[in-house]
Design a protein around this ligand. Structure first.
Ligand SMILES: Nc1ncnc2c1ncn2[C@@H]1O[C@H](COP(=O)(O)OP(=O)(O)OP(=O)(O)O)[C@@H](O)[C@H]1O
Length: 285
């Protein structure tokens, strides 16, 4: 398993009415005694299948901790984390929910070509891995090339990561996170290290990937314009110990053009989010 893929046990047949993710009164505490850090206060959140949720809030408020809980990289101190109705870590679950992940640094392996990097989850994640040997030179290769073309990297499959710009590597990183058709995509500041123009280009790429693939997305970002452009719901968190202060629906029609980010309604939303976070930081201070 790579950092970009994870398997969380799920119910055998997920009902469409059931939320894909439920955080039910979850708290997280790191360490013990006087050195303990309370990262999350009691936090509840439900995410419907197909939703695009952005988590925003002051630095250190527990946004990445929520992603780690959902991907089963850690357990809550109390409360429950359910993914497709099953508690994360339930070893008895028959079928796993496929998860894709992408972080701020595109952790592409330098000794593999871009195509080989993108195909990596197919070598590791069931059911794809069972047919890796048979399909890696045909179907899986075509699948990687089609995805690379969709993000504007047609013809770059044989290049190595060091031959690509930061923005191109992040495009390839998104392909690797999506190649195994994940039900859930976890993004932790994936565009944070890019310049503003490249970042905005990738917002458009991300919106199209989400629209065409129907993947549920949980995005952690510090960029409030990014959250307002991409998400259907923005959850604003308090300072540590984090909890969700406000759950704002974002109703701008799709596909959203980049010009939207200059519209008065959009700017007003970003200002409101900013005011909430300023107030949360002030309350903590
Ligand atoms: N393994 C750990 N041990 C102790 N404290 C931790 C550990 N992991 C995280 N923390 C603390 O828990 C809090 C929440 O961390 P987390 O990374 O979830 O915050 P965040 O909101 O994603 O931060 P940022 O926006 O700065 O990336 C932080 O104060 C962090 O220092």
């Amino acid at each position: 398993m790579t950092a970009e893929t994870a398997l969380v046990p799920a119910a055998p047949a997920a009902s469409p009415a059931r939320p894909l993710i439920t955080l039910d009164g979850v708290t997280v505490r790191f360490g013990r005694g006087t050195a303990a850090v309370q990262a999350l206060a009691e936090t509840s959140l439900t995410v419907a299948a197909g939703d695009f949720i952005a988590l925003v809030g002051p630095s250190g408020c527990g946004k990445s901790t929520i992603l780690r809980l959902v991907s089963d990289l850690m357990r809550p101190s109390s409360g429950r984390v359910l993914v497709a109705g099953r508690e994360a870590g339930d070893a008895a679950a028959a079928e796993p929910v496929r998860i894709g992940m992408a972080y701020q640094n595109a952790t592409l392996l330098p000794w593999l070509t871009i195509r080989q990097n993108v195909m990596l989850p197919l070598k590791i994640v069931p059911p794809f891995r069972a047919e890796w040997r048979r399909k890696r030179r045909t179907e899986y290769r075509d699948r990687a090339d089609a995805l690379l073309a969709q993000v504007g990297l047609k013809g770059f499959g044989d290049k190595y990561p060091w031959q690509l710009s930061g923005g191109m590597m992040q495009r390839a990183n998104l392909c690797r996170a999506l190649i195994h058709d994940p039900t859930l995509l976890l993004l932790d500041e994936p565009f944070g290290a890019l310049d503003q123009f490249t970042r905005e280009e990738l917002w458009a790429v991300m919106q199209e990937l989400w629209a065409t693939r129907g993947t549920t997305v949980l995005l952690v970002t510090h960029d409030l314009r990014e959250a307002a452009y991409l998400a259907n719901r923005i959850c604003v968190m308090s300072a540590r110990p984090g909890r969700i202060l406000e759950d704002c629906p974002v109703d701008f029609p799709r596909p959203r053009p980049l010009d939207l980010t200059f519209a008065p309604d959009f700017t007003a939303l970003v200002q409101r989010l900013r005011a909430l976070i300023v107030a949360a930081r002030a309350a903590a201070a």
